[in-house]
Design a protein around this ligand. Sequence first.
Ligand code: WQD
Length: 337
Amino acid sequence: MKILVTGGLGYIGSHFAVCAIQASKEIVIVDSLENSSLKVLDAIESITGTRPVFYQGKVQDRELMTQVFNAHSFDSVVHFAGYKAVGESTKEPLMYYQNNVAGSAVLMDMMKEYGVNKLVFSSSATVYGVPEFVPYTESHRIAPFNVYGHSKAMTEVMMQGLCEAQPDWSAIALRYFNPVGAHESGDLGEDPKGIPNNLMPFITKVAVGELAELGVFGDDYDTVDGTGVRDYLHVMDLAEGHLKALSWLDANKGFKAVNLGTGNGMSVLQMVESFERVNGVKVPYSIKPRRDGDLPAFWADASLAKELFDWQANRTLDDMMRDSWHWQSRHPRGYQS
Ligand code: WQD
């Protein structure tokens, strides 16, 4: 039986693809290549020795998805495909709702039509919004305050409703915190198009000389050193969490939302200092004004993932720093280098 992996050439999807293949799973990838490239498929093949079946296109393309479901008998779906830039989502709400929410609805409709009733969804801690308490537990209220976060929360609601209507369904929404790092080979990693939005790819681009300096968005928050605090987890730990979530689907019915994080918060300056210490590379930075929409500090309570499917983040901050640099230093311009 096979796993359909939507967005399987993206940053997290491609790391999951490697994990799944190395766990002897057969996968089929659908990816629009809007935020990835065919070079990622080459990298997956070079790491695993397997070149997954690949279809280029969007999940909301019913004609394409009919072709895919007609051609393959899937046991489950892992759904990564989605736009994920918070700032862009505020400027282009309908594009995000169309792609992230309507696309997910088409996917679930196709799954229902073809009798595929196991789904793991790439959700985000952004659904929690302004913390009532930290660490966030899964029972924290759902109160996203940006379109991207709303699109993830709406998809979770659709999953829950479908599982209530279809008792044979099992579905998990994995609420990611801040994925960083890269596969140990150094040939698979994060390769954002243009100027990175996220902290880690910005740090590595400065370190490799592609960008001049890091702008630190605010140092006047009520945190250990005034800079923003987040729960950074290694992308390989995150990928392995999806495999463990799939095992939960095999043995359970119904819907669950589960945090995937380390349970530790790190500040921006702590990340910079760790990167410099581990890799012996300077990262020039300057303090800039706060970024609109940023929260001061949050991190995960990841105990439910441990309880449900025995997952916990194992890789250390040093692993994250080393692997990020290994990727970026081998590929200064990402997959184009
Ligand atoms: C982390 C910290 C910034 C860049 C977002 C999405 C989330 C997920 C991960 C998709 C903050 C600071 C950053 C920079 C900086 N995406 N920073 N200079 O905002 O926590 O989460 O990305 O799933 O859903 O909301 O991640 O990496 O952008 O920021 O100082 O150039 O680094 O202020 O404190 P964020 P981030």
